[in-house]
Design a protein. Structure first.
Length: 453
């Protein structure tokens, strides 16, 4: 049955957090973790961590976990990586915010321009949500148009326009074809619907019809290159190539949001991996191995409105010395590896191990992803290509089985975030021993999940 998870200190700290913080956490993304609930099923989770070392996390109760959450993606090198830690510690003695540029910013951006195909110039910010906001403002200034075209289930931040048609707080609406008609949060301006068009992903016909009908009003078409937020799923063959073609023909800026895929799939992100170059792209998470930073990359033509002061972008902490130092150290370390072969291979070993364990236990499911991240879906489908398919999965037996599986992994010291899309991230710090222990834990957890009929 695996170990009994002792979380006494975590529960006590969570009670205090619930008194002081709305919802008990400062990020809604952590809700299933801090509440220990997953779609009505109990999955006890360590809500409070003490430290991270390499591929492991240690909670305040002293439990040790092989970590596949990776801070929701940033920890590409592993936690508290020595090269990043040394660089930031040295910078701390020199200050952090000067209200002036630093040479570190230039050194970092030189590397970004070198590796990112869409980058001639780069604007630094602090979060992915800031970066996508900047990108839309640039697109509106450049095209003179107003609307944004986005896709069901893709996540581009928590601001109003980005929260139309996401999966957050709208469980089940995609299965009913209502994703585009739902706000992801209360408190959003109703006028947001006027400027946002949402269609299913991986649907060429819907894409062509929408751009034909609305193209004259669309400033920006924003997509994840390899969907990663509410389920890891690849673009269908030719789909993004069609998107690139149609946006160019209709003078729409094509935006690949690489907040997750950037520096995780490779130094040049998804766009270098796929050969599809957007007009504008955004990066964050893995760029600094856990320090807050984001980047907007585009051509000099698109950035001209900033150069000429037509578009105003500012931020006290934009390009701050600590974050840029961390990012420069992270990118430099990734360069030193020569390739991403290790992280792809080890990720695929875990994926194969879980897929084999599903088959061995006669449990229908899909394990899919490129390797540095993947999803485990409990489903009768042979593959998942749309968010609607994720949210069409029935509670019984599939979601209940997934809850038992997640609980079994966590009790055996393998940490992931419980969700019906079962997303897992791996880092360069994960070892062959981590892989072996993870696969063994998955085999045992699936034996428990098999009992759910």
């Amino acid at each position: 049955m695996g170990r009994r998870l002792i979380l006494d200190k975590s529960k006590k700290a969570m009670a205090k957090a619930n008194e002081l913080i709305p919802g008990g956490t400062n990020s809604g993304a952590r809700a299933s973790i801090t509440r220990g609930m997953y779609e009505g099923f109990s999955v006890p989770m360590p809500a409070f961590m003490d430290r991270g070392e390499g591929s492991h996390l240690f909670d305040i109760d002293g439990n040790r976990y092989i970590d596949y959450i990776a801070g929701f993606g940033p920890a590409i090198l592993g936690h508290s990586h020595p090269a990043v830690t040394r660089a930031v510690a040295a910078q701390l003695t020199r200050g952090s915010v000067y209200a002036a540029n630093t040479e570190t910013e230039i050194k970092l951006i030189e590397k970004l321009v070198k590796y990112i195909p869409s980058a001639e110039q780069v604007i630094l910010a602090n979060t992915g949500s800031e970066a996508t906001t900047i990108a839309l403002r640039l697109a509106r200034a450049f095209t003179g148009k107003q609307k944004v075209l986005k896709f069901e289930g893709h996540y581009h931040g928590w601001h109003d326009w980005a929260m139309v048609g996401t999966a957050f707080s709208v469980l089940g609406t995609f299965a009913k074809g209502q994703g585009q008609k739902v706000f992801g949060s209360a408190g959003m301006a109703e006028s947001t619907f006027d400027d946002v068009i949402v269609i299913p992903w991986n649907d060429p016909e819907a894409l062509e019809k929408t751009i034909k009908r609305e193209g004259d009003d669309i400033a920006l078409c924003i997509t994840e290159g390899y969907q990663s937020n509410w389920g890891v799923m690849p673009p269908e063959k030719g789909y993004l190539e069609l998107m690139r073609k149609l946006t160019k023909q209709n003078e729409i800026l094509f935006h690949i949001d690489e907040v997750i895929t950037g520096f995780r799939l490779g130094l040049g992100g998804f766009q270098a991996h796929s050969g599809i170059t957007p007009d504008i792209s955004t990066f964050s998470k893995a760029m600094a191995n856990g320090f807050p930073i984001a980047a907007v990359a585009s051509s000099k033509d698109v950035m001209e409105s900033v150069t000429t002061d037509q578009v105003y972008i500012a931020g006290t902490f934009n390009g701050n010395a600590l974050s840029t130092t961390a990012a420069l150290a992270t990118v430099t370390e990734l360069e030193s590896y020569g390739s991403y072969k290790q992280i792809y291979n080890r990720g695929r070993e875990v994926m194969k191990g879980i897929a084999d364990a599903l088959a061995d236990n006669g449990i229908p499911g899909v394990v899919q992803g490129p390797g540095p991240m993947w999803s485990v879906y409990f489903t009768d489908l042979e593959k998942i290509s749309k968010t609607r398919e994720v949210y069409s999965i029935p509670q019984y037996p599939h979601i209940k089985r997934s809850a038992v599986f997640f609980d079994g992994l966590i009790r055996r010291g393998v940490l992931l975030s419980p969700a019906r899309y079962g997303r897992m991230y791996i880092s360069f710090a994960h070892t062959e021993e981590d892989v072996r222990l993870t696969v063994e834990a998955a085999q045992e957890a699936l034996k428990e999940a098999k009992r759910i009929k």
